[in-house]
Design a protein around this ligand. Structure first.
Ligand code: SF4
Length: 321
């Protein structure tokens, strides 16, 4: 069953230079218990997707222009204030921006449980310690009395995940939760997410610019570019049989997949487009090695190819969605 359904979501940012379309009619669903990876370069719209779902788009510039979001078949945005922090939670890239620097970690966790779960202080304290333990925080009984600045970056991110999981949410959105961390800590944080997959029924949207991170954690993946979804696929399938030329380029850019030891690492030629003046037709056409005449004139719809969906004219003739 679909826990979350995003339909034709279109988000504009009204900035001094003009109107920037950050999301252009995206559609996807998230099933119960599923981990959905969203991958894309900076400016692709992946974080905007998360902020639109949470109704946290920057004001007054960010606006949902069109589209709908459903959570358990109900319109989400009408109910988001009740759901945010309890049934739907979010972990950001930089935990320092999300934790209150002047409150002890324990106070911050206890407040969440008192506000959303109606626990008394003693119950909330025990639950907080238990959740910190689940996140691999050593000696949580002591750590709970410390301030955020006394934690390392990796430990702070564990605290943020603990805070996001305290109320056993149905949906957790993690926006680049490992990006600011060094590689060994990144691996530890990924292990926490893998454990959450096994031990809870929480559905997770895991956002990253790094396909190799998504490969380790997600069931399915959306490839985003310039505010559009270019491909959706099961993760295993995506690595075996990437369909979209952009996805193929992303995979070639991963060192382990490039098999170019001693050679310069591949990078996709060209730059991401300026969304104030996006390319006509297929948004990827200025960088695509397979461009055809139609690509400049018309944006490709999503075509169904096996279990994947791909927005590219190379698959014209497959079922159109
Ligand atoms: Fe390349 Fe055309 Fe496919 Fe776009 S639609 S990715 S330009 S082949």
């Amino acid at each position: 069953m679909a826990l979350l359904e995003v339909k034709n979501l279109t988000v504009d940012f009204h900035i001094p230079e003009g109107i920037l379309r950050a999301l252009d009619g995206i559609n996807f669903t998230l099933r119960e218990g599923e981990v959905l990876g969203i991958v894309g370069e900076s400016g692709s719209g992946k974080s905007t997707t998360a902020l639109a779902i949470m109704n946290l788009l920057p004001t007054p510039s960010g606006k949902i222009k069109k589209g709908e979001i459903f959570f358990k078949d109900e319109p989400l945005l009408a109910n988001i204030d009740k759901l945010r922090g309890k049934e739907i939670t979010m972990v950001f890239q930089n935990p320092l921006n999300s934790l209150n620097p002047s409150l002890k970690i324990g106070q911050q966790l206890i407040e969440v449980l008192q506000e959303h779960m109606g626990m008394n202080e003693k119950e909330a304290l025990l639950e907080s310690i238990e959740t910190l333990k689940m996140m691999g925080i050593p000696a949580p009984e002591t750590m709970i009395d410390r301030y955020p600045f006394e934690f390392s970056g990796g430990m702070r991110q564990r605290v943020m995940i603990a805070m996001a999981m305290l109320c056993k949410p149905q949906l957790l959105i993690a926006d680049e939760p490992t990006t600011a961390l060094d590689v060994t800590i990144q691996a530890q944080i990924l292990r926490i997410f893998k454990n959450l997959r096994k031990s809870t029924r929480t559905s997770i949207i895991f956002i990253s610019h790094d396909l190799s991170v998504i490969a380790q954690i997600a069931d399915r993946v959306l490839i985003m570019y310039a505010g559009k979804i270019l491909e959706t696929s099961e993760v295993k399938n995506l690595f075996k049989n990437p369909l979209h030329p952009y996805t193929q380029g992303l995979l070639k850019s991963i060192p382990a997949f490039s098999k170019t030891e001693g050679k310069k690492l591949y990078s996709i030629p060209g730059n991401v487009p300026n969304l104030l003046d996006p390319p006509s037709g297929c948004v990827f056409h200025p960088r695509c090695p397979y461009i055809k005449e139609i690509c400049k004139k018309a944006a490709p719809p999503l075509f169904k190819v096996g279990n994947s969906n791909v927005s590219c004219w190379l698959y014209k003739g497959a079922d159109e969605l």
